[in-house]
Design a binder for this molecule. Structure first.
Ligand SMILES: [Cu+2]
Length: 91
């Protein structure tokens, strides 16, 4: 299984044009009140290619489902940052 995942990863890297919905988790450490998730969600939903956003306020995380042919991690981070909430990919 592990091997399969690695091979799949390599293929996706090599053939990046093959769009596939991706899910990533962003850490958004500066969300500090219940209104913040609304702003963060909106900023991400406004990015073309974002399919679905779920913000977990207690954990200060944003889970983003997106089409990797239309957008990428950099654009997502930029979107929250421009909205006042710097973020980065959760390890
Ligand atoms: Cu707030």
């Amino acid at each position: 299984m592990q091997k399969f995942l690695i091979v799949t990863g390599l293929l996706l890297t090599t053939f990046g044009a093959l769009a596939k919905p991706q899910t990533i988790t962003l850490e958004v450490p500066t969300m500090n009140c219940p209104i913040c998730p609304i702003t963060v969600t909106k900023s991400l939903e406004n990015v073309a290619g974002v399919i679905d956003v779920e913000v977990l306020f207690d954990e200060k995380l944003a889970q983003v489902n997106y089409d990797d042919e239309l957008t990428d991690l950099k654009a997502l981070i930029e979107a929250t940052t421009n909205a006042g909430y710097p973020s980065y990919e959760k390890e």
